[in-house]
Every structure is written in structure tokens, then in C-alpha cells.
Ligand binder design. Structure first.
Ligand code: GLC
Ligand code: CA
Length: 546
């Protein structure tokens, strides 16, 4: 049985990301919910994950998939109640699985009590000081305070009926908080304690490089501000040194608990600035998105792994590896699209989405094959691996969601430049048939395509060669094999990625034309059948030597 009191559990954890509205629907309203998660405890236990991270389940109008939070200390009534939350935590803990919740500190929703109060209060009032309100420019203040743009497209300022403007980096329904205000700081510490007291083991911190801003005038023009990563802390909106004071105060809260609560930063910062977010005085761990950006190329994998290992040395934390999340086209699809010289799979996948998945032609089998090979690489690396729900099924992005079904503000705000992130958020298929493939009794809030049935959990559980079976075997083996946080590169053929972990655990991946020879030893697991004992192209094997 898992020792839930181990304070270092997160260093090598496999964390499964649940997007609650799309995981399992217990009451047939088309929306996944917390009792749905509890009902799938057997699935999570069999998968063998160490923790789950839940994307926001808080009350929200869903202007940004729940990342627009109305109340940080409650559950959206459509997803359940606090009692359902407690029952879910208890069930997870009983199964040796820890719980990580998402904290969204950069912005609230426009329905949060604070924002309503701010709108009802005059310019300059204390209620407005919790956000970023400014007078407009030009006669009558009809122009926004500056020309800055929202990350989802369109202006970053919205005018209130009474005339002032407020700043929102994301959708207009997501006003940015003013982190210079001590009341804002104190309230988030209260929220952290609220969930930690309910038994939550850790927090995923949304847009952790935001929060603290320099909104003093004169403003720099957007042309100078558009580039988010500066690497020196001088950007007015991102990655300012002052944000680490906030995280030092959060660390003090985490350390009030035994074991101390864990946190991981979503910090899209210059690689040399990442270590600070991951330091033991701060949040403790930071996402490294380089693997998610990498193409299926041996040189990309080598570079990204070396960079992650360098992070570990610098921060003293363990690094994180991930192939996907709720913000990016699914990995099986990215790796199944043709990527020409000078192109990147991420871009190609976004273009493919804009053409409703019609072209270029997706090679589903190739994408799944490579995604399986990639999963074995990640699960053999030292550090922690995050698995996005559905990737353990080899699920593809849904490319042809009709425009009327799209929910992501990125689709509506980008003026047609992006189709958005709904294609990876379509509810999971649990059964090969049924009204919503077993997701719930009555439809799904994003329409599931007919081909989802082929990826159903039920079908994969019955098939020892399925991607689900591969994940289960890999997770079980990893528990037995992983010791220490070392990695040694092994010389091999140029198109082969080969490293060894202590205890004689070798991970070998053939990127180019296979088949290639494997080191002499016991093959523990392979992502594709070997050919006469040799590893075929686009496959990974774990081999025990000695
Ligand atoms: C993070 C989330 C993303 C959300 C954004 C704004 O990047 O992962 O889904 O849209 O923050 O909260
Ligand atoms: Ca429901």
C-alpha cells in the first residue's frame, strides 16, 4: 500500500490529469462531475497512477473551461457538492492516489463577488483596488488605457458601463487581480488552507508566471510587450521577480501541513528562469513544456531530456515530463501528421484543426504508434510524468467539431486564427457503444465522433496489445524498476535514443528506419512487437541488462 505520509512522493510521481467536465458523467446531464470521478476509482487504481490533478471544478460560467472561477472555495453545482468532493478525496486516498487541485490566481471570473462589488463601486474605491482598473485615453476616456492585446486575441481591456476600463490578459470574463493588494494575497492563502484542510495533497498553479505586474505609466507599446519571455524579469506582465515573494508565503502555508503540501507551477518562462519556480523555497516543481513542443525527432528528444535534467540539477527539484494537456492538440494526432522541414508538429496540428481535420491527411496508426513509443520514453525518465486523460487510450484530437459546438474563447476571440482547444476536451469513451460511449447516460457537452467507440476503455481492457494495456504495464514496471534520479546516455546508432537508469534498466527508441538491434538483455516491455528480436521503427523497448 502507498505510504501517503511520504513527503517526497511527488518527485517521481505519475500524475493523471482529469478534466472533470469530460471524464465521467454520473447524472446524465452531459457534463462530467465529481461523483463520476469517484465512480471510476477502479479504473484509476488499475491504471496505477500516483496522483490525479483536477482541472478546475469550481463554480464558473465556463467562459474559459472553468479557468474563470466564481468562487475558489466551492464546487460548481453542476459538478457536485463539497460533500462529493470529500467523498472523492477519501476514495482516492483509500486507493493510494493523491489529489492535486488547480489554483487560478492570476484572474477571477467576472461573476466573482469581488468583481461584482468592484463594478458596483466608484472609480478609486477599495473594491476596485483588487483588480486593475484605469481611466481610458482620449476625450471622454473612450480609448483603452494602452494598446495591449489579450492572449486569446482582441484588446486586453474592457470598458465598464460607468466608463473605466479593466485589464484582462485572457477572456473579458477573466479580470486580472491586483497582486499588490495585501487583501488579494491573504485571500489566496485562505483558499490554499481551505483545500489543504480538506485533505488535498497539492496544487497546480495556473499561469504562475503572471500575478505580479508593473502597471505604472507610461506603458510600453504592445510591440515591445507582445514577446512574453524576456529572461531578465523586466517584462511588465510576466515572470517578474516579485512573484516569488508570493510563492515564498505560499510555501509557508504548505509547510504548515504534514506532509507539506506539494505545488507545481505552470510557468511559461525562459528556461533559465524556470528553476526559481521549482525551488524548495517556492512552489517546489515547475512544468517543463519542452517535451510537449518537441517533434518526433531523435535530436529533439535528446535536447529536451538534457534540458530537463539540467533543470533538476539547478533547482534541486525533480523535473516534469508531459506529452499533452487540456491546452494542446493530442499527442497521437501531432505525431501522425506529416511535418515538413522547418515545420513543427504543434503548428501543423493547429493548421489541421483550422481545416477541420481534413488536411494534411492524418495517419492515425502512425500517430498512435509514436505516441506509445513516446510514453515509454517519458515513463523511463527520472522525475515526474503527467498524463492527460485519454492519452492512455491513444485517443486522437477531434478535428471536425462543428463551429457551433466550440466552447473555447480562443476560437471566438482569435478572429479565425485558431480553432481552439475543444478537440482534446471531448468526453472520454468508456464503452464501445451507448449514448455517449459510457461517458454518461445522455449525450456529452462536446459531441463525440463515431470513431471514439474504437478507443473505448472497455475494448482496450480486453486487448492485451492496446495502448491502455501498455500504460498499465509500464506504470506497474516503473514502480518496480525506478530507483534514484540518475540517467546515463548510451552510445547507439544515430537515429536511436538510448539511456540507462540504475539497476540495469535501459530504454531504447528507434526513431528512424528500423529494425535495430537491442542490447543483449531481457526485454521487459515494448511499444510494438519486435521483429526477430529487433526493435522496429517508431518503437521503444525497456530492456534489463545484467
Ligand atoms: C492556463 C490554463 C488554460 C487557461 C489559462 C487561463 O494556461 O491551462 O487552460 O485558459 O491558464 O486561465
Ligand atoms: Ca453530470
Amino acid at each position: 500500500m502507498t505510504d501517503l505520509s511520504d513527503p517526497t512522493w511527488w518527485r517521481s510521481a505519475v500524475v493523471y490529469q482529469i478534466y472533470p467536465r469530460s471524464f465521467a458523467d454520473s447524472n446524465a446531464d452531459g457534463i462530467g462531475d465529481l461523483p463520476g470521478i469517484t465512480s471510476r476509482m477502479g479504473y484509476l487504481r488499475e491504471l496505477g497512477v500516483d496522483a490525479v490533478w483536477l482541472s478546475p471544478f469550481y463554480p464558473s460560467a465556463l467562459a474559459d473551461g472553468g479557468y474563470d472561477v466564481d468562487d475558489y472555495r466551492d464546487v460548481d453545482p453542476r459538478l457536485g457538492t463539497l460533500a462529493d468532493f470529500d467523498a472523492m478525496v477519501e476514495a482516492l486516498h483509500d486507493n493510494g492516489i493523491r489529489v492535486v487541485v488547480d489554483i487560478v490566481p492570476n484572474h477571477t471570473s467576472d461573476r466573482h463577488a469581488w468583481f461584482r462589488e468592484a463594478l458596483a463601486s466608484p472609480a478609486g474605491s477599495a473594491a476596485r483596488q483588487r483588480y486593475i482598473f484605469r481611466d481610458g485615453r482620449g476625450p471622454g476616456g473612450v480609448l483603452p488605457p494602452n494598446d495591449w492585446e489579450s492572449g486569446f486575441g482582441g484588446p486586453a481591456w474592457e470598458r465598464t458601463p460607468e466608463g473605466q476600463w479593466y485589464f484582462h490578459h485572457f477572456a473579458r470574463e477573466q479580470p486580472d487581480l491586483n497582486w499588490d493588494n495585501p487583501e488579494v494575497r491573504a485571500d489566496f492563502r485562505t483558499t490554499l488552507r481551505f483545500w489543504a484542510d480538506r485533505g488535498v495533497d497539492g496544487f497546480r498553479v495556473d499561469v504562475a508566471h503572471g500575478l505580479v505586474k508593473d502597471m505604472s505609466e507610461p506603458f510600453d507599446p504592445w510591440a515591445d510587450v507582445a514577446q512574453m519571455q524576456r529572461g531578465d524579469g523586466s517584462h511588465p506582465l510576466w515572470d517578474r521577480d516579485g512573484v516569488h515573494e508570493v510563492y515564498a508565503s505560499w510555501r509557508a502555508v504548505f509547510d504548515e501541513y504534514d506532509p507539506p503540501r506539494f505545488a507545481v507551477a505552470e510557468a511559461s518562462v525562459h528556461p533559465r528562469r524556470r528553476a526559481r519556480y521549482a525551488s524548495a523555497e517556492g512552489l517546489g516543481q515547475a512544468f517543463n513544456f519542452e517535451m510537449q513542443e518537441a517533434d518526433w525527432r531523435v535530436e529533439d528528444y535528446r535536447r529536451v531530456i538534457d534540458s530537463g535534467l539540467a533543470d533538476m540539477r539547478e533547482s534541486g527539484s525533480s523535473t516534469t515530463w508531459l506529452l499533452g494537456c487540456h491546452d494542446t492538440p493530442r499527442v497521437a494526432t501531432r505525431y501522425g501528421l506529416p511535418v515538413g522541414p522547418g515545420e513543427h508538429a504543434q503548428q501543423v496540428a493547429r493548421q489541421w484543426l483550422l481545416r477541420d481535420g481534413a488536411e494534411p491527411v492524418l495517419d492515425r496508426a502512425l500517430g498512435e504508434r509514436r505516441a506509445r513509443a513516446a510514453a515509454l520514453v517519458l515513463l523511463a525518465l527520472p522525475g515526474s510524468t503527467y498524463v492527460y486523460q485519454g492519452d492512455e487510450l491513444g485517443l486522437h484530437e477531434v478535428g471536425d467539431l462543428p463551429a457551433a459546438a466550440l466552447q473555447d474563447p480562443m476560437a471566438s476571440r482569435s478572429g479565425g486564427a485558431e480553432k481552439g482547444r475543444d478537440g482534446c476536451r471531448v468526453p472520454l469513451p468508456w464503452t464501445a457503444q451507448g449514448p455517449s460511449f459510457g461517458f454518461g447516460g445522455n449525450g456529452a457537452h462536446l459531441p463525440q465522433p463515431a470513431w471514439f467507440g474504437r478507443y473505448a476503455v472497455q475494448s482496450q481492457e480486453a486487448d492485451p496489445s492496446s495502448t491502455l494495456a501498455l500504460y498499465r504495464s509500464a506504470l506497474a514496471l516503473r514502480r518496480r524498476l525506478a530507483r534514484g534520479e540518475d540517467l546515463a546516455w548510451v552510445e547507439d546508432e544515430p537515429q536511436v535514443l538510448h539511456f540507462a537508469r540504475s539497476g540495469g534498466w535501459h530504454c531504447v527508441t528507434a526513431f528512424g528506419n528500423g529494425p535495430v538491434a537491442l542490447p543483449a538483455g531481457q526485454v521487459l516491455l515494448a511499444s510494438a512487437p519486435l521483429e526477430d528480436g529487433r526493435l522496429p521503427a517508431d518503437a521503444t523497448a525497456w530492456v534489463r541488462m545484467g
